[in-house]
Design a protein around this ligand. Sequence first.
Ligand code: SAM
Ligand code: SF4
Length: 324
Amino acid sequence: MLIDGHGRTVDYLRISVTERCNFRCQYCMPEKPFSWVPKENLLTFEELFLFVKVAIDGGITKIRLTGGEPLLREDLDTFIKAIHDYKPDIDLALTTNAYLLSQAAQKLKDAGLKRLNISLDSLHADVAAKIAGKNVLPQVLKGIDKALEVGLKVKINMVPLKGINECEILDILEYAKKKGIKVRFIEYMENIHASKTLQGLHGDEILAKVKEKYTIRALGREGASPSFNYGLDDGTEFGLIDPHKQDFCENCNRIRLTAEGNLIPCLYFDEAMSIAAYVKDGDIQGAADVLAQVLKDKPKENRWSEGGPNEDNISSRAFYETGG
Ligand code: SAM
Ligand code: SF4
């Protein structure tokens, strides 16, 4: 079992397999970065897999592949199959913008993927294009349908933004209800890479929009999930990811690995340690030692409880690098 310096069990590893993306979401990567990590600095799937084995042997039971856009990385299904074959009961999930999903869904399912979180910020083509930087909606909706058709479990992620898609909170909830899938509203997290003028909705404002139509019941957090669940009278459930709330970090169970091998204890801090040299040398003990140190150093909580996020208390790392 992996325990951090604050006594929390860490059983969840998120791996960003690439920082590259085919979207330019305003809240994440509004413009192509000045420079990408050179391809030769990215860990190969063999190298990433060596660390995955160390992590699983230590106590990781859930792995999510993310990015950037993970479906841009070739042979992702081979990597998924390797993880699945090593530990078939691992909770193996992927977060994607779904643009390439209609072609990939069956292959991912066959490789052993169990669950997908799909970003869907608008059901209007022009608004979706405004957020993502190009016309994406038809492909995304096709991807969602294909994933459901092949039997993958799907959740929708929406980031409500003031003056842009805030009026679609109920529409996205209705869409998800119709498809029989769960939606999670994510508070916009301030970061230096996002468009400067963006303003997100706070959790209370998101809930107020849902309450315009429904009576809601608070159901609580699901284990160590960052999502606080709510129920509607008809049994529908939705989630709210609210990192601006004080108790958000209490049960944090996760660490993050970037595509170049930086192991990140917390999304809201710059600190990280590299496993790259160890996995390149096949040094399992070296990689395990870095993992132990990162767990020991994991911060207790983000620094937003007093006065909210500001330029001194947000990480300078981009979400497309950490994987969100
Ligand atoms: N490209 C994939 C996608 O968009 O689903 C995976 C990577 S993306 C960085 C992972 C998640 O982070 C997405 O659900 C996205 O909405 C979320 N995200 C990115 N920037 C964010 C921000 N500034 N605030 C809140 N969520 C953000
Ligand atoms: Fe790409 Fe996902 Fe970031 Fe959008 S949120 S730019 S799809 S990595």
